[in-house]
Design a protein around this ligand. Structure first.
Ligand SMILES: Nc1ncnc2c1ncn2[C@@H]1O[C@H](COP(=O)(O)OP(=O)(O)OP(=O)(O)O)[C@@H](O)[C@H]1O
Ligand SMILES: [Mg+2]
Length: 129
């Protein structure tokens, strides 16, 4: 981990810029709601987690477009970041195995690693704290 203090609103703006063309092409509206928070994190790893989860949402829209919301709010000494979308939701059959590696559903070419990577980054972040 290469942790540094980062302004979360600015980092999410950067995420939005990096994905501008992707969102335009996919007809996705991204809404970010975050207070002016400075958090200590590994920027590249954080962006990887957000990218994996947001890409899942875009793929679940299945070319129909949709809305993705990212919110961040303080939770005791942590900051809670939530990512939600108005797509069809996680298929019932895989909900309890969602974060396991190689669990993929209704998708051509999905490896099922996106959420497993997100989880492992999240846990190493917590362990390192
Ligand atoms: N936002 C979402 N909406 C609906 N289903 C989702 C969403 N996120 C994940 N899923 C479901 O969970 C499965 C697992 O997601 P995960 O990111 O781990 O793998 P993947 O997207 O299939 O493959 P990869 O990320 O490796 O390309 C997906 O195949 C999809 O069925
Ligand atoms: Mg994925």
């Amino acid at each position: 981990m290469n942790k540094q203090p980062v302004n979360l609103a600015q980092l999410l703006q950067r995420f939005e810029r990096l994905n501008h063309v992707y969102f335009q092409y996919s007809q996705v509206e991204l809404i970010t709601k975050t207070a002016d928070l400075v958090v200590c994190l590994d920027q590249n790893k954080f962006l990887r987690v957000v990218q994996n989860l947001v890409t899942n949402a875009v793929e679940a829209f299945d070319a129909g477009g949709g809305r993705i919301e990212i919110t961040a709010e303080p939770l005791s000494e942590w900051v809670q970041v939530k990512i939600s979308d108005n797509g069809p939701g996680i298929p019932e059959e895989i909900r309890d195995r969602f974060f396991e590696a190689f669990v993929t559903q209704e998708k051509q070419g999905g490896t099922g690693l996106g959420t497993a990577i997100a989880k492992s980054i999240g846990y190493s972040e917590i362990d390192a704290a």
